[in-house]
Design a protein around this ligand. Structure first.
Ligand SMILES: *[C@@H]1O[C@H](CO)[C@@H](O)[C@H](O)[C@H]1NC(C)=O
Ligand SMILES: *[C@@H]1O[C@H](CO)[C@@H](O)[C@H](O)[C@H]1NC(C)=O
Ligand SMILES: *[C@@H]1O[C@H](CO)[C@@H](O)[C@H](O)[C@H]1NC(C)=O
Length: 511
């Protein structure tokens, strides 16, 4: 047997000891799975949620005393660690570094990215979980890609409670980041059905934040639809708040089963300190933070008829003209002496169906916008996965979204929800009720911008022939914009309508 020299054995022993020492060093230094910057309530809750699922999180805030406060209070007794500086934070992270920013959208995000970049190495990951505009996310994604860093913009929905116990997460950006995030993100996300997480990879660049924006737009639509149903119950059927609460509780057991219907029932029955209903005392002037507006602007930008969300945004704008409306109410009258004489129970069911049908239209429109954005930006979006992401955890969560997921499971390339057999049948079943509600409401002078626009969209969408032939003729008449003949699409011609017009068609002026 060959004998090793004493020197050789000592050398190997030293080497092993050095390796063990270094390993221990690294494991005490680089111990955190992920870092989170921004310790407002959302940030704190997301950290505690990750901690609950076994991840070691390193917390940081620009005001370092906030880190100490958090570790000594909310995070006391957890595995959460803190950092004194960004450099300290990065040194405590396992590789590749994963850093979530939960700071105010806009300049603050760029400022933190600029400070982080010199501290990071190729392959490290920055995730923006704030309410950023998708274009900013696309820009950041591209500029960090040039530096070999992986940027992710993730929609986070569900408010403070969602962040703590299961949000809906909509991550998009540099796809190489996903394998490093999937486990953490899907563990902390809301779960539905047999434990499916409300989180999946959305797509490239700003796709995650775009999907979050559309989610918020749909939320505006859902809320407006419920408000219109409430208005009809209150002013056509003259119901009191407790009666209405009961109706919403009933509706929560139907296809409309959803978070927003549920909280509406609770709001309607809520009593003030004096024992009377609080709701009628609340000033009817709606606020907004802008994400619904962004959805409507994108719809206009990409030429997609997302009419219901648009109307929901405008309804908030109209409501906020409270003083002007108070003035107008004194001089502008509505229909006189029309009283509802029909069957109350029947009309309530009509309202429910009108709400359901309009909701289908709104989601069909929202998914149309997603399709158009995917075309525009070359994203490949998984529509079924998006429906599942919204199924739980977020404000628009509902049983209904499970049906949308099923429709995209049946046909991933589905062009419109309205062309799916389940939804076309649902709208068909609702349409008589829907029309009765709209005509009754119009006769009684109740504003129903979302119910009516949804019905107009439906009637427009199902018409083979719309009066746009006249529109094309008008454009050609006054501006020589040319038109196509039904018998020869693709060929644009101009007609000498007046007998004194020229032959030259317009190319620079487009009306
Ligand atoms: C720091 O924490 C406060 C709340 O304590 C939060 O409002 C702020 O956004 C955080 N800012 C940053 C940049 O970490
Ligand atoms: C609404 O339905 C859900 C179950 O789908 C239930 O958890 C919730 O308590 C219901 N809410 C109301 C107010 O009835
Ligand atoms: C348009 O029609 C009138 C009357 O038929 C004719 O006099 C005129 O030349 C036409 N214009 C052109 C540019 O063809």
């Amino acid at each position: 047997m060959r004998k090793f020299s004493r020197d050789r054995i000592t050398a190997v022993k030293t080497l092993i000891e050095t390796l063990i020492f270094e390993r221990n060093q690294t494991s005490t230094m680089a111990q955190a799975d992920i870092a989170l910057i921004g310790l407002a309530v959302m940030g704190q809750n997301l950290i505690l949620n990750m901690n609950d699922h076994g991840f070691v999180v390193c917390a940081f805030n620009r005001t370092v005393s906030k880190v100490h406060d958090f570790l000594n209070n909310e995070a006391k007794g957890t595995k959460v660690i803190g950092a004194e500086s960004l450099k300290d934070m990065v040194s405590k992270l396992k590789k590749p570094c994963r850093i979530i920013l939960l700071v105010k959208a806009g300049q603050a995000v760029d400022d933190f990215i600029d400070k982080l970049v010199p501290l990071l190495e190729p392959g490290d990951i920055i995730i923006d979980g704030g309410n950023s505009e998708y274009r900013d996310t696309t820009r950041r994604c591209k500029s960090l890609k040039e530096k070999n860093l992986l940027f992710v913009g993730s929609g986070v929905s569900g408010g403070e409670d969602g962040a703590r116990y299961g949000p809906s997460l909509m991550p998009g950006g540099h796809k190489d980041a996903w394998p490093h995030l999937k486990d953490i993100f899907q563990s902390i996300a809301a779960k539905v059905g047999t434990g499916e997480p409300c989180c999946d990879w959305v797509g490239d660049e700003g796709a995650g934040h775009f999907v979050k924006m559309v989610h918020n737009g749909i939320e505006y639509g859902d809320m407006q639809l419920i408000c219109e149903a409430y208005h009809l119950m209150k002013d056509v059927l003259c119901m009191n708040h407790d009666e209405m609460a009961q109706v919403f509780e009933q509706w929560n057991k139907t296809e409309l089963d959803s978070f927003l219907i549920e909280i509406t029932a609770n709001i309607l029955k809520f009593k003030d300190a004096d024992g009377t209903n609080l709701l009628p005392k609340i000033r009817d002037s709606a606020g907004q933070k802008g994400t619904g507006k962004w959805t409507a602007i994108s719809a206009l930008e990409y030429g997609t008829p997302v009419t219901l969300i648009g109307e929901a945004v405008f309804a908030r704008c109209l409501s906020s003209l409270k003083d002007e409306r108070v003035q107008a109410s004194k001089s502008l009258s509505g229909p006189q002496g029309v009283k509802f004489t029909g069957n109350k129970a029947q009309f309530l069911e009509d309202i429910r169906k009108a709400l359901y049908a309009s909701k289908i239209i709104s989601y069909a429109q929202g998914f149309m916008l997603l399709r158009q954005a995917a075309l525009e930006f070359g994203w490949s979006l998984n529509y079924g996965a998006i429906a599942l992401m919204w199924r739980g955890g977020c404000i628009i969560r509902s049983v209904f979204l499970g049906k949308i997921k099923e429709a995209f499971d049946r046909n991933p390339e589905l062009q419109s929800l309205l062309l799916d057999s389940f939804f076309s049948k649902a709208v068909q079943d609702c349409q008589d009720s829907w029309r009765r509600v709209v005509s009754t409401g119009v006769q009684q002078g109740i504003p129903m911008p979302s119910f009516t626009t949804a019905l107009s969209f439906y009637d427009g969408y199902r018409h083979e022939m719309l009066p746009a032939n006249l529109l094309q003729a008008q454009r050609d008449y006054f501006g020589a914009h040319t038109y196509e003949l039904l018998s020869n699409p693709g060929t644009f011609i101009h007609t000498n309508w007046t007998g004194h017009g020229g032959k030259v068609s317009s190319s620079s002026y487009n009306a």
